[in-house]
Design a protein around this ligand. Structure first.
Ligand code: SAM
Length: 243
């Protein structure tokens, strides 16, 4: 059965291409790529020679019917983006939806994703979390989006471009208050770095930060939690007092 494979690619470290991802790229009939120049370089690095089909946000009206026609003709197609998972703040959602609607097999492979890398090493709660991706790049709309997240009690994960990080953090400070945050930079690369502190502390050095970054913000700490903490301390004190 013709299959659409969703293949994650490295987010910075070429060693993070899995053997299965390489096997699938070598086996499919064509690779649908967000940017064929970047995917061409990636394929060169691994010695993969396959036809590359351009598939991105601005040409998907044309590229999706072409890809579906190839699947219809019995071909297997891999979908890749420039880095990490396709569809995660990257093109591919509409293609997958239409492939499913047309009863084609859709298979995703395991691999690199900046948000998950950042989350698990952040030190923030991982029990529940929200992946938001990019906030709007206009301050007014961004603040509205943040207002909606103000009472969210779990860790929130954002992607942001380095030239917008100061403005974004300033809006976070204004709307969410001075919470704990973690900025995860250049993940899996030579200068990988985690900057931990309050929004205000990180904002002070934000203008000097370059490279790709993930911003993780602590969820709202509920008053119930604070109350429980006090209660727990009182109980401990009681035990001490009681011997
Ligand atoms: N599809 C990708 C994924 O699965 O993570 C995300 C693509 S999105 C267009 C690019 C954003 O991901 C960057 O602006 C940055 O926020 C984040 N990102 C990608 N690679 C990263 C890295 N090596 N270190 C930190 N953040 C990264």
């Amino acid at each position: 059965q013709p299959t659409l494979y969703l293949v994650p690619t490295p987010i910075g470290n070429l060693q993070e291409m899995t053997p299965r991802a390489l096997q699938i790229l070598n086996q499919v009939d064509a690779i649908a790529a967000e940017d064929t120049r970047n995917t061409h370089k990636l394929c060169q690095a691994y010695g993969i020679q396959k036809p590359l089909l351009s598939h991105h946000e601005h040409n998907q009206g044309v590229s999706i019917p072409q890809i579906l026609a190839r699947l219809e003709g019995g071909e297997d197609i891999a979908v890749v983006s420039d880095a990490g998972y396709p569809l995660v703040s990257d093109p591919g959602q509409r293609l997958v939806k239409e492939a499913i609607e047309n009863n084609f097999n859709v298979v995703s492979l395991s691999g690199a994703n900046a948000a998950t890398n950042a989350l698990v090493a952040s030190g923030l709660s991982t029990e529940h979390y929200l992946f938001y991706g990019f906030l709007d790049n206009k301050s007014g709309r961004r603040k509205k989006q943040l207002e909606e997240l103000k009472d969210f009690p779990y860790t929130m994960i954002f992607y942001e471009a380095p030239h917008r990080i100061e403005d974004m953090l300033q809006d976070c400070l204004d709307v969410l208050g001075n919470r704990n945050i973690v900025l995860a930079r250049e993940l899996t690369k030579l200068y990988e770095e985690y900057i931990r502190g309050t929004i205000q502390e990180v904002l002070e050095i934000a203008s000097s930060l370059k490279g790709e970054m993930v911003v993780l913000i602590e969820g709202k700490v509920s008053e119930t939690k604070a109350f429980d903490m006090e209660g727990a301390l009182k109980q401990v004190q009681k035990l001490i007092d009681g011997g």
